[in-house]
Ligand binder design. Structure first.
Ligand code: ADP
Ligand code: SF4
Length: 689
């Protein structure tokens, strides 16, 4: 049972008029589903309720139609019609005794109102500040608008109560949310009683809290989410000013929800931020208030969590990503199963679902946002089907997750791996600069497999079609991965381009295998995710001079979606990497690369000693193809099914591979659904004209 060291995490805690059953607090987080996928989002929150969280919040909820952040898909509470969808969510949250919280957001200077076409209202007149530099400005709120806005908050609070919530979070963190915009001199240039001194800048939040307390404060707890440091220099709402604000308004909310800085800071990836990275910013704030504090820090270690409480730094352990990677984190600590925790790796793939307005995935937890769509539960598999055994070939993230989930379902599993270690690409990539936490993908699964009697692992077992046919397993799952291409084919070049044999040319696989280019290395990055930037760091560490050439407008462009692009550029620039944006490579000669401007086609040579190609990947599908060509022999060998999954099927990020492995395990021996859609979805109800 539970280790007494962690008892403190399970103490009930009061938040205004309501009491949380423990200190595990799922802070608001997006999921890319929002109002478009309300049942999927509700079921996801419900899974966390079952997993033991004491407090569970929605993502940000646009509380009035005059401020919205389309195209991003969050929640909406614009009229009574929105209440049933939110009630469904609060009911799921409360099913196992958690407090249900809703985060009310008025985006002000962050909301371009692309959907409602309303003129944005902000604290001061300014261009809209968001990810996309929309050519839109906001008008400053006048006194009548401020009165209206106060009333809209009260209306939203009453609707939240009606929708069954226990807690309201007023959003004023991450640079988002009107409360921060009033508090920060960067966004508040007013000369009336709402601007100037800190007391004046804090007037609006005081008024709204008082209004909401009057309306619903007898039954609902009120929390205020502010950033610990706006991190934009002197003008911003700095950590010192946050402390002053808390001290001046000691008991303003029923709980202080202290986020780190910008969203990029607060959700910093493991490549740039350690666990509990906010510690210095939050330490000591407790003495300035009598109200409880929740803070975040990608907490996955119960020891760190207990320390945060014991040292009086935090009262609640705030988690977004750790609760996504393992919705059952509190339950596992409570049941003394700490080693079963599926730790977040800090890759921020979950955030890409929001940034791309699709739906979120999680590298570690493939069931995230599939709880309702596919009926997947993070801790329980469907019952075993008719066949009894499976051979999984390859132990990368796809093969490992397939083996783990199949064993959980009750199949006898043999896992064959060509090398002497589990993890495939993860075992290799975890050695690269900044990626060590990604090794948790393999560690978690390796431990789980070690606990199961129905899994056998075979190392040094590079299988071919003949050996697989000899073994005679009923089901064969091929998860043999992919290799980086050596010919530079990706997006700029769809067929190979001229390269000289005299130039040493490398791929990321070569470097991971220990190859060591020297001198000046040109990296040609036409992949655009993390690998190009990571390779640049590695080469600098090894003493090379590095020029990174990319046809994109940003280094590691896709990492805009993982909120780390700016950190990658900063780190590479600080390390001395020469960054050439909007340029491709058209030819590689004996002693130089020929680069071209993506707009003018103007050519420029870059003299170098080696070229590293970060381009597309080639699937390792030869074993699968051989087996396919020998399909006539399957029946005699006792084989019922052969399937290709993961990178060997179609290369992608690690999360795509764990998803593929999990899906294989779920769907084995299930009925063929033919042309039917493989998941549930909701579509908007047609209005009666
Ligand atoms: P994925 O991301 O799809 O899981 P990886 O490339 O990470 O793919 O992992 C593939 C794994 O498969 C590697 O560990 C590799 O050594 C192993 N592998 C490749 N071919 C064979 C084979 N023929 N037999 C056994 N293991 C193989
Ligand atoms: Fe953590 Fe990555 Fe999962 Fe997000 S996607 S919760 S960062 S493991």
């Amino acid at each position: 049972m539970r280790d007494p060291r962690y008892d403190i995490l399970f103490e009930p805690m009061q938040i205004g008029p309501v009491t949380a059953k423990n200190r595990f607090y799922q802070v608001p987080h997006c999921n890319g589903g929002g109002y478009r996928d309300p049942s999927a989002a509700a079921a996801m929150r419900g899974t966390k309720a079952e997993g033991g969280w004491g407090v569970i919040f929605t993502e940000q909820c646009e509380m009035h139609h005059s401020s919205e952040i389309a195209p991003f898909i969050e929640l909406r509470l614009w009229e009574d019609k929105d209440i049933p969808m939110l009630r469904k969510m609060s009911e799921k949250m409360k099913e196992y005794g958690a407090l249900a919280g809703i985060q009310l957001a008025y985006s002000g200077v962050n909301g371009p109102n692309l959907y409602t076409k309303e003129v944005p209202l902000a604290v001061s007149a300014q261009p809209i500040r968001t990810f996309t530099n929309d050519p839109v400005q906001a008008r400053a709120l006048d006194k009548t608008d401020i009165r209206d806005l106060r009333r809209w908050f009260v209306n939203a609070a009453k609707r939240s109560k009606n929708a069954g919530f226990d807690l309201i979070c007023l959003y004023g963190a991450h640079g988002f949310g009107i409360f921060q915009h009033f508090l920060s001199r960067a966004t508040n240039h007013r000369t009336d009683e709402y601007g100037g001194s800190l007391e004046n800048r804090a007037r609006f939040v005081n008024e709204v809290v008082a209004d909401i307390r009057d309306a619903v404060g007898d039954t609902m707890g009120l929390t205020l989410r502010v950033s610990l440091d706006e991190t934009i220099g002197e003008l911003g709402f700095s950590n010192a000013e946050v402390r002053e604000f808390v001290e001046m308004n000691r008991n303003l909310p029923d709980l202080w929800d202290l986020a780190q800085g910008t969203w990029e800071d607060c959700s910093g990836p493991s490549r740039f931020k350690e666990e509990a990275a906010q510690h210095a910013l939050v330490k000591g704030i407790h003495e300035l208030t009598d109200k409880p504090i929740v803070g975040v820090g990608r907490f996955t270690s119960p020891d760190v969590m207990a320390k945060m409480v014991k040292t009086g730094t935090l009262d609640f352990i705030g988690c977004a990503r750790p609760s996504i990677a393992d919705p059952f984190l509190p339950k596992k600590i409570e049941e003394g199963r700490v080693e079963d925790i599926r730790e977040c790796i800090g890759c921020n793939i979950c955030i890409t679902g929001d940034m791309t307005m699709s739906i979120s995935r999680c590298t570690q937890n493939p069931t995230f946002m599939e709880e309702w769509r596919k009926g997947w539960h993070p801790e329980r598999m469907n019952t075993k089907g008719d066949s009894s055994n499976v051979l999984v070939v390859g132990s990368g993230p796809a093969g490992l997750e397939a083996a783990r989930a199949l064993a959980e379902r009750g199949y006898d599993v043999a896992l064959a791996e060509a090398t002497r270690q589990l993890g495939g690409r993860v075992a290799r990539e975890r050695q690269l600069p900044g990626l060590s936490a990604w090794g948790r993908v393999a560690d978690y699964r390796e431990y789980q497999l070690s606990q199961k009697a129905n899994v056998e692992t075979y190392f040094d077992s590079e299988l071919d079609a003949s050996s697989i046919l000899e073994f005679g397993f009923e089901n064969v799952c091929i998860a043999t991965g992919a290799k980086w291409r050596r010919d530079g084919v990706a997006r700029q070049h769809v067929v190979p381009f001229p390269t000289s044999e005299a130039m040493p040319i490398f791929t990321p696989d070569d470097l991971m295998d220990g190859a060591a280019p020297s001198g000046h290395v040109v990296i040609y990055d036409d992949d655009h995710y993390y690998m190009g930037g990571v390779m640049a760091e590695l080469l600098i560490q090894k003493g090379c001079r590095v020029t990174l050439v990319t046809p994109a407008a940003y280094v590691s462009e896709w990492t805009l979606n993982t909120l780390e692009q700016h950190e990658i550029h900063r780190r590479l620039a600080q390390m001395g990497v020469v960054i050439e944006l909007n340029r491709g490579v058209t030819a590689i000669a004996a002693d130089h690369a020929v680069t071209n401007c993506m707009f003018t086609e103007q050519l420029r040579e870059i003299a170098c000693d080696a070229v590293l190609l970060v381009s597309a990947k080639l699937e390792n599908n030869a074993v699968f193809n051989d087996l396919k060509s020998r399909e006539a022999e399957w029946a005699d060998a006792g084989i019922k099914s052969v399937k290709l999954i993961g990178d060997a099927n179609a290369p992608g990020p690690i999360a795509w591979a764990t998803y593929a492995g999990h899906r294989y395990a779920r769907e084995l021996d299930t009925a063929d659904i033919g042309d039917a859609l493989p998941f549930r979805r909701e579509i908007a109800e047609l209005a009666i004209d």
